[in-house]
Design a binder for this molecule. Structure first.
Ligand SMILES: Nc1ncnc2c1ncn2[C@@H]1O[C@H](COP(=O)(O)OP(=O)(O)OP(=O)(O)O)[C@@H](O)[C@H]1O
Length: 347
């Protein structure tokens, strides 16, 4: 339903996107995640048709909306956009806001589409209210109904939850995911909030320095990051150094916390130094372990405590997520054991 191939786009000399590719099947929800200024909004603007790329191709449904020969107008692309501030018209009622994009359609059909969009987001009782009479969550639902009323092929959400408080944001992102899934709507959202991306998206693109580092499921981004940037950006963790050796065709990294076999097919070779990713859940609390570490920081998270630990005879600190009944104060030491299920190593 959405196919972006080798998209390159600049503002003057500033290349913002370089050879970005990603695609979504009908009914899939994608998310573009990345640090501020990495080009998330620019990508969305290119898909909607507000900014023409230098090269590359965008296809929405059956229609190529932009390539070296074609550039379809914004209004002709079957795309619904929801902006960060919802962009509702303050002087129009909920019903009229939703009907706004349907002016080319005859009156009867306009009423049918408006009513069904209002029902979709459960706002029938608010049809004659004005935006200032609604809560933030209700305003967002109006914005969604307005974007969905013309039955777009693709829905784009630009930081659509960021002006809401965290609790409402979490609840609404779950609700909206269910709504989009039930209606089999294809959507792409941009956010800098990983929790929101994980809660909503089937697939996530991680952008940084103009390029898309990885386009994958949340699970793969966390457990099989393609680049060091993705490993650092998604989730928490620390890198420890080691040396790579080969034993019976198998590459192994030796570190001061143990030796770990490496996945095949990575650009790693015997004799080079490697950086091994240690996630907080790889480091286990184990009283009987001879390997001891001292608590230098801690953050209580309810069921778990995130410890920052310093190894004996080392300046290195590591994160350890332990069940909160293992309650240790800063300055105390406890035994640890490294058990890595997904071995992630970079040269
Ligand atoms: N209209 C414009 N003219 C010139 N440069 C622009 C324009 N819009 C964006 N840029 C530049 O393009 C880069 C990407 O901007 P963009 O808004 O796409 O990033 P973003 O990832 O959405 O950032 P944020 O998370 O802060 O919203 C930035 O360096 C920005 O300064």
């Amino acid at each position: 339903m959405l196919d972006i191939r080798d998209l390159t786009l600049s503002y003057g000399d500033n290349t913002v996107l370089h050879n970005v590719s990603l695609s979504l099947a009908q009914g899939e929800i994608g998310c573009v995640l990345g640090p501020s200024g990495c080009g998330k909004t620019t990508l969305l603007r290119a898909i909607a048709g507000f900014k023409k790329p230098e090269s590359g191709c965008i296809t929405i449904g059956e229609q190529t909306v932009c390539d070296e020969l074609v550039n379809i107008e914004v209004a002709e692309r079957k795309v619904g956009v929801i902006f960060q501030d919802f962009a509702l018209f303050p002087h129009l009622s909920v019903e009229k806001n939703i009907a706004y994009g349907l002016q080319k359609i005859n009156k009867q059909e306009r009423k049918t589409l408006t009513d069904s969009a209002m029902a979709l987001v459960d706002l029938q009782d608010y049809a004659h209210k004005y935006p200032h009479e609604l809560s933030g969550g209700q305003q967002q639902r109006v914005a969604i109904a307005r974007a969905l009323a013309p039955k777009p092929d693709l829905l784009l959400l630009d930081e659509a939850f960021s002006s809401l408080d965290p609790e409402l944001r979490e609840r609404l992102s779950g609700e909206i995911r269910s709504l989009l899934k039930k209606q089999n709507i294809t959507a792409l959202l941009i956010t800098h909030d990983q929790t929101e991306a994980f809660a909503m998206a089937d697939k996530i693109a991680v952008l940084q320095d103009h390029v898309c580092h990885q386009w994958d499921t949340a699970y793969a981004l966390y457990h099989e990051p393609a680049t060091e940037f993705v490993a650092k950006f998604i989730g928490e963790g620390t890198f420890i150094e080691g040396t790579i050796r080969q034993e019976n065709q198998q590459l192994i990294i030796d570190t001061h916390l143990g030796s770990f076999p490496l996945e095949p097919g990575k650009p790693l070779a015997e004799g080079i130094k490697g950086k091994l990713l240690v996630r907080p859940d790889d480091l286990r609390h184990q009283d009987e372990s001879l390997l001891k570490a001292q608590v230098v920081g801690r953050s209580f998270r309810g069921a778990h405590i995130m410890y920052r630990l310093q190894l004996e005879n080392s300046n290195e600190t590591l994160l350890c997520l332990a069940p909160s009944h293992h309650d240790h104060a800063v300055g105390e030491s406890f035994g640890i054991h490294l058990e890595i299920e997904h071995v992630i190593c970079f040269a």
